[in-house]
Design a binder for this molecule. Structure first.
Ligand code: PMM
Length: 286
């Protein structure tokens, strides 16, 4: 089992929950992307719209203006880029500018044209990440109501896969994401992590984003006093390493060095486990 790919987050927004405003300037964004890649990020995920709980929509023109120059510069520099967008028009222009992945957190629900844009992009080798989503950030937490969260997320994602394949996206171009933090309670997020093999059994590649999310901040802390987002990178690295044991295809993180370290250690442990299974330890002779 190889280690998962690491997707480094590059939010070109004024208001993302953990890095809003840091990379709004295109030069700062490109420099940060290079840092992410130098520390081991395999893909740079460029987003121009914050999806933090409660966030409003950004105008199409603003989203294009924030993301396209950065995507163009990164693709020109030879980096592998994904575009984090719910808008078909942004996805289409980003792919033309060199993005190799469309990362749609709405799984095609926010924009009826996304599936056909993804189908066209698939023709030029572009993959699409289809995330579980139930509605825009302004009120998404009110939709965190499930019978069995794993079964419900799988059923809803399967419907989305059906919509993308019906539009002409080959199934092998579709990567699934359980959408941690999007219309999910603390318990829902942990349960989705623990039961991830059930989602993986659908046969698609799977990517998971735990990075700096609220459910990590709450662990081990008194109620109402979570760890602040930028102090959640150790927790993020631990969950990424745990997920790597399931064989996930990718993890999406803000702090690349800590997660790469954790993934390398998890990989070394797996190799040692396999080696010991092949040659079990002998009892010391006395
Ligand atoms: N989470 C955020 C944004 N985009 N994309 C995918 N595929 N999976 C996620 O979990 C995800 C995402 C949350 O916002 P952030 O950019 O501030 O982490």
């Amino acid at each position: 089992m190889t280690r998962p790919l690491v997707m480094g987050v590059l939010n070109v927004t004024p208001d993302s929950f953990s890095d809003g405003g840091l990379w709004l300037d295109p030069d700062a964004a490109v420099a940060h992307a290079r840092e992410l890649a130098d520390s081991g990020a395999d893909i740079i995920d460029v987003g121009g719209e914050s999806t933090r709980p409660g966030a409003g929509r950004v105008a199409l023109e603003d989203e294009l203006h924030r993301t396209l120059p950065v995507i163009e510069a990164l693709a020109r520099a030879g980096l592998t880029v994904s575009v984090d967008t719910m808008r078909a028009e942004v996805a289409r222009r980003a792919v033309a500018a060199g993005a190799a992945y469309i990362n749609d957190v709405s799984g095609g629900l926010a924009d009826p044209d996304m599936a056909s844009v993804a189908a066209e992009a698939a023709g030029s080798g572009c993959d699409v990440i289809v995330m579980h989503w139930r509605g825009h950030s302004a009120d998404m937490q009110q939709r965190a109501v499930y019978g069995d969260v794993t079964a419900d997320v799988i059923a809803e994602l399967s419907d989305r896969v059906g919509a993308f394949t019906a539009a002409g996206v080959p199934a092998e171009r579709i990567i699934l994401d359980p959408g941690l933090g999007f219309a999910k309670s603390f318990e829902h997020n942990w349960r989705l992590i623990a039961t991830l093999p059930t989602l993986m059994a659908l046969g698609h590649r799977v990517i998971v984003g735990t990075s700096r999310k609220g459910f990590l901040g709450a662990v081990g802390r008194p109620e109402g006093h979570p760890r602040p987002p930028r102090e959640r990178d150790v927790a993020t690295a631990v969950t990424s390493a745990y997920l790597s044991d399931f064989g996930v295809w990718g993890v999406r993180v803000h702090d690349v060095p800590s997660t790469v370290d954790a993934l390398d250690v998890a990989q070394a442990l797996r190799a040692a486990r396999e080696a010991s299974a092949a040659t079990p330890a002998r009892r010391a002779e006395d």
